[in-house]
Design a protein around this ligand. Structure first.
Ligand SMILES: [Zn+2]
Length: 257
């Protein structure tokens, strides 16, 4: 009889707990809807006012952004870009960079100190990929492509680090940003041509803790991949550790013609 009473109390407690969570969720949603009337939230890509269930990006933009879906394919144009540079395990990017909306989104993440948006996109990117593919299978550590401390100081944060935190939240693999560092403060790649980009990244990374990644499968994360020169330089440095596998994930990739 005592056990039955305890079970009943337990069930009542759980029901109450569920009810409280439901009420808090409804209050939060109503409060957000109220705030949307007073201070409308805008889509981080197109600027259109967001509706109650939308976060950061409107559903029109999310439907329009061109996804590569490379995580569902083999021998993609992205993987081929690394052939002959280093033995890549897997590579994918969520979006193509040529779409204007995607470019706006990346710009907001990179130059507007928008950590919440970067974290949201990290989680969103990983959720999309893990729901449709086995891309994350066997990944042991997530490593964001590091920025030089001077650039972090100027920009406020490393956008790849925050994206990596979001991916980690979704797939439950830890992020380590101490294993490799950017030893040289090189000029930004944006204004350089293809050959200059490859020269600009020579020896800029330094592996500080090879033992931690020995025999591990690393997921290297960056925001945008253009020629791939920065990621290749970073991956080559990581591969100085024994028996390391490297896969690559970026939020967007530019097509090279
Ligand atoms: Zn939008």
């Amino acid at each position: 009889m005592i056990i039955e009473k305890q079970t009943l109390h337990y069930i009542l407690l759980l029901t109450m707990f569920d009810f409280i969570i439901y009420v808090v969720g409804e209050i939060e949603a109503s409060f957000r809807a109220f705030l949307d009337i007073i201070i409308p939230r805008g889509c981080c890509s197109c600027g259109r006012a967001l509706v109650r269930k939308e976060l950061f990006i409107c559903c029109h933009c999310l439907a329009e952004f061109p996804q590569t879906r490379f995580d569902c394919k083999e021998q993609t144009e992205l993987e081929k870009r690394f052939w002959g540079r280093f033995p890549i395990e897997r590579a994918t990017a969520l979006y193509y960079f040529h779409h204007e909306g995607v470019r706006h989104l990346i710009h907001r993440i990179k130059y507007f100190n928008n950590r919440k948006l970067a974290l949201y996109m990290g989680v969103f990117m990983a959720n999309q990929i893990k729901d449709r593919s086995t891309f994350f299978e066997g990944i042991d550590i997530i490593i964001p492509v590091p920025l030089h401390p001077k650039r972090i100081h100027r920009r406020g944060y490393n956008q790849s680090q925050i994206l990596a935190n979001g991916v980690s939240k979704s797939i439950g693999v830890y992020v380590d940003n101490r294993i490799i560092k950017r030893a040289i403060y090189n000029p930004t790649q944006t204004l350089l041509n293809r050959d200059e980009r490859w020269d600009n990244v020579q020896d800029i990374f330094q592996l500080t803790d090879p033992d931690t990644i020995a025999n591990k499968h690393i997921l290297l994360i960056d925001d945008v991949l253009t020629t791939g020169s920065t990621i290749v330089a970073c991956a080559q440095e990581l591969m100085k550790a024994p028996n390391v596998k490297v896969s690559i994930l970026t939020l967007a990739m530019a097509r090279i013609h």
